[in-house]
Design a protein around this ligand. Structure first.
Ligand code: MN
Length: 128
């Protein structure tokens, strides 16, 4: 089963994403801060990570940088989620090592398209 780690400190967003991703057939793991997200990723090796950038303890930018510097975790695709569509957030997210980027409020069809696209890319890399 394809597993997605949702890193989100806002309970309502977390529940909404969990419900809607599970309905699409994904298994969902949760973390509520950047530090825990790294631990959960190491323990479970999810297929993809949805990373809120504004998080307590360690923010999403730093958590992504740490994951992308880790030879085991760096292969897991990360989609950054930011609350504001700042023009430079996309560049910042890609610089931090995120594989894609989306903005809140979440439009699920658009986000699902990005998720599926990255999962296919990752599957292709495993085969080749
Ligand atoms: Mn947040």
């Amino acid at each position: 089963m394809t597993t997605i780690l949702v890193v989100e400190d806002n309970e309502l967003n977390r529940e909404m994403l969990t419900r809607r991703l599970e309905r699409k057939g994904y298994k969902v793991l949760l973390a509520t801060d950047g530090h825990t997200s790294i631990e959960v990723a190491r323990a479970n090796m999810p297929d993809l990570i949805l990373m809120d950038m504004s998080l307590p303890v360690v923010d999403g930018w730093e958590a992504t940088r740490r994951m992308k510097a880790d030879h085991v975790l760096k292969h897991i695709p990360v989609i950054a989620l930011t609350a504001h569509a700042m023009a430079n957030d996309r560049d910042k997210a890609l610089e931090a090592g995120c594989d894609d980027y989306d903005t809140k409020p979440i439009e699920l069809p658009r986000l699902l398209g990005k998720i599926e696209n990255l999962l296919h890319v990752a599957a292709g890399e495993r085969i080749s």
